[in-house]
Design a protein around this ligand. Structure first.
Ligand SMILES: NC(=O)c1ccc[n+]([C@@H]2O[C@H](COP(=O)([O-])OP(=O)(O)OC[C@H]3O[C@@H](n4cnc5c(N)ncnc54)[C@H](O)[C@@H]3O)[C@@H](O)[C@H]2O)c1
Length: 388
């Protein structure tokens, strides 16, 4: 095995700068080799910032190269075509969520990666936060005993202001031929937004914490801020019917219960994740919210000591190069990326937070949407699985 895996990053925007590029830059197992962005100037700027030797605007040229081991897809919008092209080219693949909007396509991508011996990873960022990693470790060690109830929140006030454009891309001209999301104003036509964008990481954590599959869900979606700017090019607000808040209840095969709440019009700071697990022998609450200069806390209680007390997160749960006071985006993502590099280099079977995990999450998102449309409980899985 080579000393370092050679990495191509596709998409050099805001999140690549805040999370992906710093994470690859500091992983001792990765070598940033090329940055690809449709905007050449941006690719050049990022390459200079992170000491990356090459840039391109042509993703096809990246995929044709024999000397690239890992392709990281950090574009905004539909990732599905780039994911399949990356796997087709025989590269290990990290991609931002969602891999695809329909769970069947995510399973298909997982099966393709498996059949080619490729590792996959999805930007399910928050399971990789040091405090969350430690919480999930404690749960696996039996700290809470049999899990009874999981409560999950992923929420902040990112879109509370209607003048914050729905589309986060920095557009220079209006995209042609794109479908107008949320154009149908009827309440029953509301489109999935926060449930997918914010729901995926906390749904992922809920499955890890309970350690089982969901058996059934019932949920609802709501549009609280009906009029907002569509893009950075629009000055007027228009009716956009998307879920800016959602909630669901679920029961797991092992009998545990969960409630999940997602929203980006709820007052509070980033990233706005909270996971609570209550079991027969204890309870843990992990909070990933920037408050008082701290972006993560973990508290624990036991039946004979019911006041929640803070736990210190051991050093081994932090990423390489961690310095106290580091911001959440680079700290959490450095764990994600280094974990992925280790999985590839070690060649161990399976991996954490891969396309299979993402497919399970996407299936739940699709089931909650169906539950809302049919106004009732929906059973999972939505259809028998061929893998997973
Ligand atoms: N996991 C998380 O916590 C988290 C947080 C923030 C953003 N994200 C996700 O990260 C992704 C990127 O977000 P962003 O804010 O950086 O977006 P952005 O718009 O700032 O950047 C995306 C970049 O991708 C480039 N691009 C698009 N298509 C391309 C292609 N085919 N080839 C090459 N370059 C291409 C664009 O030119 C743009 O510069 C999104 O999917 C977003 O949802 C995830």
């Amino acid at each position: 095995m080579k000393e370092r895996l050679r990495v191509a990053v596709v998409g050099a925007g805001k999140w690549a700068r805040a999370a992906h590029l710093p994470a690859f830059h500091r992983s001792p197992l990765a070598q940033l080799t090329v940055i690809c962005d449709l905007k050449e100037d941006l690719a050049r700027e990022r390459a200079a910032e992170f000491g990356v030797p090459e840039i391109t605007t042509d993703v096809e040229s990246v995929l044709r190269r024999d000397d690239i081991d890992v392709v990281d897809i950090c574009t905004r919008g539909d990732h599905q075509d780039l994911v399949f092209a990356t796997l087709e080219a025989g590269k290990h693949c990290l991609v931002e969520k969602p891999v695809a909007s329909h769970y069947r396509d995510v399973w298909r991508a997982h099966e393709m990666a498996e059949s080619r011996g490729l590792k996959t990873k999805v930007g399910l960022t928050f399971r990789h936060a040091p405090a969350m990693r430690y919480m999930l470790h404690l749960v696996r060690e039996g700290f809470v005993g049999q899990p009874y109830i999981f409560n999950g929140f992923e929420q902040n006030s990112q879109w509370l202001d209607p003048d914050v454009p729905m589309d986060k891309r920095d557009l220079e001209q209006r995209p042609e031929g794109e479908r107008k999301i949320g154009a149908d104003p009827r309440p029953e036509a509301i489109e999935v937004s926060s449930l997918e964008g914010y729901g995926a990481p906390i749904i992922d954590i809920s499955l890890c914490a309970v350690g089982d599959e969901l058996r059934e869900v019932v949920g609802t979606m709501k549009n609280f801020v009906p009029y907002r700017r569509r893009t950075n090019l629009d000055t007027a607000r228009e009716r956009i019917n998307i879920d800016d808040a959602s909630m669901y209840l679920g029961t797991y095969t092992n009998g545990a219960l969960c409630s999940i709440q997602t929203s980006y019009v709820t007052v509070g700071n980033y990233p706005g994740v909270e996971a609570r697990i209550y079991g027969s022998e204890g309870a843990l609450i992990c909070r990933l919210v920037e408050e008082d200069g701290n972006c993560q806390t973990l508290h624990a209680a036991k039946p004979d000591s019911v006041e929640f007390q803070p736990l210190e997160v051991p050093r081994e749960f932090f990423p390489p190069g961690y310095t106290p006071g580091e911001g959440w985006a680079s700290m959490f993502y450095a764990n994600l990326v280094h974990d992925f590099m280790e999985e590839i280099v070690s060649g161990e079977a399976g991996n954490r937070g891969d396309f299979a995990d993402s497919a399970r999450v996407q299936e739940i998102i699709n089931a909650v949407e169906r539950s809302f449309r049919e106004r009732g409980w929906v059973q999972l899985p939505l259809e028998p699985r061929s893998t997973g």
